[in-house]
Write a protein that binds this ligand. Structure first.
Ligand SMILES: [Zn+2]
Length: 220
């Protein structure tokens, strides 16, 4: 089985990727891992990517494609995998298709976790933590006894910049903008499987398996 997992930030995509790997024996492939690995190995693409890794800036599309392509050309190329965070754009999808074709591999399905924007904002912007003792809270699921104050040590709670509502909205706009191009590409190939990303972890996992089995017959 070869999957591409797509979902907005806060959709639980990483958790589901981990479960799919543990239970179906797939390899989890994230671009971050590929990037760090290439830098460590000192490959030509890795050398080009190193400054981006060090400065934390976005690696250009072409270079990401090259890094992924290198990974699939190695002797230990993954044959059963979950792609997490790649391809992100239409250009990456086209490049990835070519990479796989050269390896005589194809994609089984593209699973899209669907969660409403408002729900994502609630999930992410509710997260607060204590800068002193590192205790974590959620305004809805695990509120502190006194609003904005750590139960354990009385320190004022802080929010990660990425979790501020306006930042979450901006990340969601970026997500919709890129997937708007990406998803029709896979839809045309009949590979797209939309799965509700709501409920607990096991409910979502079961929904993913159901969506996959509907196309492939009995469970693998
Ligand atoms: Zn604390």
């Amino acid at each position: 089985m070869r999957l591409i997992l797509v979902g907005p930030p806060g959709s639980g995509k990483g958790t589901q990727a981990t479960l799919l790997c543990q239970r179906l024996g797939l390899v989890h492939i994230g671009t971050g891992d590929i990037l760090r690995d290439a830098v460590r190995r000192g490959t030509p693409a890795g050398k080009l990517a190193e400054p981006f890794l060090l400065s934390g800036t976005l690696v250009p599309d072409d270079l990401v494609n090259e890094l992924v392509n290198d990974r699939f050309r190695r002797d230990d190329r993954p044959e059963r995998f979950v792609m997490d965070g790649y391809p992100r754009t239409l250009a990456q999808a086209a490049a990835f298709e070519q990479t796989l074709r050269q390896q005589f591999l194809d994609i089984t399905a593209v699973v899209v976790l669907q969660v409403d924007d408002d729900e994502i904002v609630r999930r992410l912007s509710g997260r607060w933590s204590c800068p002193n003792c590192k205790a974590t809270y959620h305004t809805q699921h695990k509120p502190p006894r006194r609003a904005g104050v750590c139960d354990e040590c009385g320190t004022a709670l802080v929010q990660r910049p990425d979790d501020r509502p306006e930042t979450v909205r901006r990340r969601l706009r970026d997500y919709h903008q890129t997937t708007q191009e990406l998803l029709p590409f896979y839809q045309q190939k009949g590979l797209l499987r939309q799965v509700p990303g709501t409920g607990d972890i096991e409910t979502i996992y079961a929904a993913i398996l159901k969506a996959l089995n509907n196309q492939e017959g009995p469970a693998c």
